[in-house]
Design a protein around this ligand. Sequence first.
Ligand code: DMJ
Length: 462
Amino acid sequence: VHVTCAIGSPFPQQPWFPRSAENIRTQISPSYGILFVSVLNPSRALSALLYCFLSLYLSSRCVFMSLTIHLFLFSCVLFPQNAEISVFEVNIRFVGGLLSAYYLSGKEVFRRKAVELGEKLLPAFKTPTGIPWALLNLKSGIGRNWPWASGGSSILAEYGTLHLEFMHLSELSGRPVFAEKVMNIRKVLNRLDKPQGLYPNYLNPNSGQWGQHHVSVGGLGDSFYEYLLKAWLMSDKTDEEGKKLYYDALQAIEKNLIRKSSGGLTYIAEWKGGLLEHKMGHLTCFAGGMIALGADGGPDDKTGHQMELAAEIARTCHESYARTSMKLGPEAFRFDGGVEAIATRQNEKYFILRPEVIETYMYMWRFTHDPKYRQWGWEAVQALEKYCRVEGGYSGVRDVYANTPNHDDVQQSFYLAETLKYLYLLFSDDDHLPFEHWVFNTEAHPLPVIKKQNVEIANHLK
Ligand code: DMJ
């Protein structure tokens, strides 16, 4: 039995886990009716069907209620599945979502479900080094890595993007095990030599050695850097180690990866064994926001410089949108062969409703109040309405340089979790989820700063 009721999947792509509903223009009516349920176990078909109908019904009543009930039902219905999940995706989308739901609503059920789901992920850390597997069978507890990842390696952006959620799981459960797992990841990384101070995307969890020396601030690397900075911010600036790791990494990135095109656009290239590929992914565009967020805490003389760098990256990413017919950015754009901020390969011209550029506009707006960031955000809204809006929601497009959209009929779950949330925040007052009190996990689920005095009180009570 195979039941699919919506779209946006935290699961690895499998022949039996289609990422796309057949045609979202007709299948999904409320745009926020988002969750993907696929059930191979016949005994669960009925509960999954019930889940689908309830989800769609709730979606039409209230967005927040719908989101939280989705998460709750997901956790009840699917936890015991004999299915392989991505540890990273389940963590950032579901553990992060449940934690946010708890902190925003105060409802105990979300705290309990977040901790239960966190516990389900723990077997992924059973490796000789404690660097977790990418994939985990929730029932058997057996993990493995993506077959394509350099010699059986784990991926930096996956094992490096658990820290915020796991620290909160320890905080909420009183069980240090979650914090221990992610602190051990740091320990392993600290022991390793880093080529030019850079972190390769691949690390073998058995040998504890780097795989291929590929470095990227986009796909496969991105949120590792984000979580170093946010670990420090979320700890109420007590996690000095996280802080140092972030600013050291940024320094190495600036030296080795950040370049300026002849036309004056600053970009972040990819590094392959010492050679630069002059390509920047849409994913990499989050770095403008990250650098702005960290600018204030950097070494004294660097704050202004880092804000400038963040603004330049925001401008480059805006150019990648502005230089297309649809005014939506391609998946990757290049700075070679006579082009700047333009995709040259057909398979890099798509746009799948990703948030990173708008995320950067939102941070830049909060820190500078320069109206151009709202202006750029509004241009994106208009383009989304013109080219991505379809009857059942919003869809990605296959070629942003074409004059008419060829829809891919997928509404990724991060469109609601991130893209629309960052747009909303871009046009909200600064005291709406203020940065002194909240950090956003990499899927834009807000998590509160763990206040210094609470940590001190807890330590005292211990
Ligand atoms: C999101 O799932 C997260 O932001 C992740 O860190 C990488 N990017 C996607 C959306 O593009």
